[in-house]
Design a protein around this ligand. Sequence first.
Ligand code: NAD
Ligand code: UDP
Length: 313
Amino acid sequence: MARVVVTGGAGFLGSHLTDLLLERGDEVVCIDNLVTGSTANVEHLFGRPGYTMVHHDVSNYVWVPGPVDAVMHLASPASPVDYLQMPIQTLKVGSLGTHNCLGLAKAKGARFFLASTSEVYGDPQVHPQPETYWGHVNPVGPRGVYDEAKRFAEAMTLAYHRHHGLQVRIVRIFNTFGPRMRLQDGRVVSNFLVQALKGEPLTVYGEGTQTRSFCYVADEVRGFLALLDGEHTGPINIGNPGEFTMLELADLVKDVTGSDSEIVHEALPVDDPTQRKPDITLARTLLGWEPTVALREGLERTAAYFAEQLRLG
Ligand code: NAD
Ligand code: UDP
């Protein structure tokens, strides 16, 4: 049994991770300022022994009384719509927030886990992307606020490892989806599912030939724990290597929801990566991890969640 601090614990991934940690008997201290998260994601945990939630911005000094075995730093806006609306908060939580959480881990002698991203590869010119690829990021474009914050966070995490001997783990997360994504968070899976369920047009940005690889949330957070518990610092890609164009995704969403929504094309966001697919050789060989939920099945589960949310209004 361990006591784990989860920053961003009221968000989409953080809340699923928390469920898994509590299920296996760990205690969880969630620290979240609710900029993109919601108490609705964790209200089923209120009053449960071993669960505490603290409302706090981790870009400011962070302290947690008592022993801490692991600090899992997930706090950051993650949807492009969110981080483009909060560019400075995004840079701050990736830099100052990461530094503060590393300081907490060092003071407690805890293991530090960083939620990094496939966005560190930018618009990749190597495909699929292995962890050894340095990436192709535009530091001064609008997405730079997220990509560079995460790249700095990785560098800072490894500096604490090398300079202070801190035990660290870095995961590079590829597009993950599932229940508890916000209906309006602007990411492609939530947009398409909500549009299809409402009978509205599906908004494909650009030609729709750009690709992404979508991982179901239960697979993703299982990978986090394999990395946290294992002996490897990383970075390690955790994602589903199945690769789909946005047009293929739109068709699949229509099929899963039984929707006859039309597909409309809208402007492609600046610096939108043209392709993305994880090389998961390291996760398979070092962690014994691989995804088990196919995109179609994951979409069915997520559609059921969104349908219920829409019904509740
Ligand atoms: P999310 O927006 O649902 O969750 C992020 C959480 O962090 C929210 O609860 C938010 O309120 C909290 N937060 C943000 N800034 C904070 C701050 N300064 N102090 C305290 N809390 C703060 O997003 P998510 O999809 O759950 O993403 C979680 C993490 O995983 C992020 O670090 C993100 O960059 C990373 N990630 C996610 C994906 C994905 O596909 N979901 C892909 C790559 C990386
Ligand atoms: N996208 C789209 N329609 C939408 C939202 C997004 O076609 O309504 C595209 C977007 O341009 C990108 C892909 O879907 O090519 C994934 O976008 P998302 O915001 O989910 O995540 P990203 O991988 O870009 O961070």
